[in-house]
Design a protein around this ligand. Structure first.
Ligand code: FES
Length: 63
């Protein structure tokens, strides 16, 4: 949600980590991202292996 609030254009719908619309590829700084939650893993599927994460789910996990 911080990226969206900062003006980064990311498609999103649910804002709770349920739809998967906001999935983005992490290009750097992955060491600062919390571990994958079960819900995020379910929604991201195999794309997690390629470095994709759900920003909304990551923000929720960090709180
Ligand atoms: S907006 Fe639904 S999972 Fe990101």
């Amino acid at each position: 949600m911080e990226a969206i609030a900062a003006g980064v254009l990311i498609p999103f719908r649910c804002t709770t980590g349920r739809c998967g619309d906001c999935i983005v590829r992490v290009l750097g700084g992955g060491e600062n991202i919390p571990p994958l939650s079960a819900q995020e893993s379910y929604r991201s599927g195999d794309r997690v292996i390629s470095g994709f994460r759900l920003p909304v789910a990551v923000s929720s996990a960090a709180m």
